[in-house]
Design a protein around this ligand. Structure first.
Ligand SMILES: Nc1ncnc2c1ncn2[C@@H]1O[C@H](COP(=O)(O)OP(=O)(O)O)[C@@H](O)[C@H]1O
Ligand SMILES: O=P(O)(O)OC[C@H]1O[C@](O)(COP(=O)(O)O)[C@@H](O)[C@@H]1O
Length: 467
């Protein structure tokens, strides 16, 4: 996991741009984004344990990094609030208003243009000392004892790094804990799909093999449940050579069914001493319990959590793999909806995009596309009726332009829908709340509204979901 100090540092060039060479608009479309591809664990058991607790997601509950840092923070387009403001500054009308509208306006108006390329979560003070942060980062590669403090999460004060929690950037190290010929590595993918999963598996296998001489690597099939099966699949550079061109995960995945004791029994029985667990927040909670159990049993086994989220909502990494692909595919869907909306009198294109709690995909795709009139994200409540409501705005845009495109993140407006349809919560096998279909609901509401308006011909609604 590519971790970075909370104060930021000079950003390394990202090798991943928006690449969507493979696959159609599916979640499993393969990606070549290696900007945050995982590196094999080379430290001791504790160094290898980058568990879920270190990979906090940017959710409204945690607050954005900027919110935590308070008013001194610079505006950054990585935050949906800042993206909203940046969009507004570029003349994109926005209905969704955040609770902290005034904060957003005040800190972003003047900076949105200049910040737009920085893609930085740095504190305001980190701009001045970013170089030194970066240098100290590379000096710390010396594998000194202080760096071995378990796990990657280290107490900033004890390292003399100032306030806050700091993370070590993952990378190959000169000194390794495991003798390559003693390593038995296992790789598993769990939870929801995300572009790039196969690329990460491939890089792990090839990195272990070519960089460290580790030849004993197996894949656990079908997520955590695969640990209970008797079979594993052998992974070699040859067998994974082309998997990055395929969507989904060649190892398979699943939700639910995590049993820590059985999983660690299986790890122990198979003699696995490095386990690479690729998955989202649910998966990483599971990885944390596995790590605790491994420690409790005194096993010399590195438990490596590799964060996967298509939503790019993890604070401590540069960018989550698959995000670029998701944005690029989303932009294509928006393009299709725009073409269709434009072809019809008063055409309204509604594009529902992924994102349960954070609107990064929706906002980045919106800003990239330039065809979107309104972007609705989970972080920013909206309403339909009345003054400055979505429907009034739709009327205005249709009068002005004769067509419009609305992008909505699938987690947006959930309370509104639940209220209007009187629905109870439902959950998936892992306990995640199932989302109500905001796309269909919006289409229905828009059609219903315009049917009542004599001055408007009924706009045709188009719903496109790139999933
Ligand atoms: N709190 C938890 N403790 C242990 N295992 C968990 C926990 N939450 C989820 N898991 C397991 O992690 C796996 C993936 O979780 P899920 O929430 O479906 O996807 P994601 O990892 O993409 O968020 C499932 O097998 C699930 O049982
Ligand atoms: O349809 P599913 O599989 O429940 O996924 C729904 C949600 O999970 C996400 O895909 C996020 O999952 P990850 O962060 O694990 O990639 C959201 O974008 C989406 O809203």
């Amino acid at each position: 996991m590519a971790a970075r100090g909370a104060r930021g540092g000079r950003r390394r060039p990202q090798s991943g741009g928006a690449r969507a060479a493979h696959g159609g608009p599916s979640r499993g479309a393969a990606t070549a984004n290696r900007g945050t591809a995982a590196r094999p664990a080379v430290g001791g058991p504790s160094r290898g344990a980058a568990v879920a607790t270190t990979a906090r997601r940017r959710s409204p509950a945690h607050g954005s990094p900027a919110r935590r840092a308070g008013a001194r923070r610079r505006s950054s387009p990585r935050r949906p609030e800042a993206l909203l403001a940046a969009a507004a500054a570029r003349g994109l009308p926005l209905l969704a208003r955040s609770e902290s509208e005034s904060d957003c306006d005040s800190d972003s108006d003047s900076e949105s243009e200049s910040d737009s390329d920085s893609h930085s979560d740095c504190d305001s003070d980190s701009h001045s000392d970013s170089d030194s942060d970066c240098d100290s980062d590379s000096e710390s590669d010396s594998d000194s004892d202080s760096e071995l403090s378990p796990p990657f999460l280290s107490n900033a004060a004890s390292l003399g790094l100032g306030r806050g929690t700091h993370f070590r950037r993952a990378r190959p190290r000169q000194q390794v804990y495991f003798q390559p010929d003693e390593v038995s590595a296992g790789i598993v993918t769990c939870g929801g799909l995300c572009p790039g999963l196969n690329t990460v598996v491939r890089e792990l296998v090839c990195g272990l093999h070519h960089m460290y001489g580790v030849t004993n690597v197996v894949g656990i099939e079908g997520g955590y449940k695969g640990f209970y099966a008797s079979n594993t699949v052998e992974l070699t550079p040859r067998s994974v050579n082309d998997i990055h061109k395929r969507g989904g995960t060649v190892l398979g995945t699943s939700r639910g069914g995590h049993d820590t004791t059985k999983i660690v029994d299986s790890i122990q029985d198979r003699g696995i001493n490095q386990v690479y667990i690729i998955g989202g927040d649910g998966t990483q909670k599971g990885a944390a319990t596995i790590h605790e159990e491994v420690q409790r049993r005194g096993l010399k086994c590195a438990v490596v959590g590799i964060p996967k989220t298509i939503d790019n909502d993890i604070v401590v990494i540069d960018k989550s793999f698959g995000f670029d692909t998701a944005v690029e595919e989303a932009r294509r869907a928006i393009n299709v909806a725009h073409v269709e909306a434009e072809s019809t009198e008063n055409g309204v294109g509604v594009v529902k995009l992924m994102s349960r709690n954070s609107g990064f995909i929706a906002m980045y795709a919106t800003l990239a596309s330039r065809d979107v009139d309104c972007c609705l994200i989970p972080e920013s409540p909206f309403y339909l009726d009345g003054k400055r409501g979505l429907l009034e705005f739709a009327e205005q845009r249709l009068r002005e332009n004769g067509h419009m495109v609305i992008v909505v993140a699938e987690g947006a407006g959930q309370d509104l829908i639940a209220k209007s349809m009187n629905l109870a919560d439902a959950h998936d096998a892992s306990g995640n709340k199932l989302l109500l279909d905001v796309g269909l609901w919006l289409c229905h509401k828009i059609k219903e509204h315009f049917k009542k308006k004599a001055s408007f011909p009924s706009p045709s609604s188009t719903s496109t979901r790139p999933k």
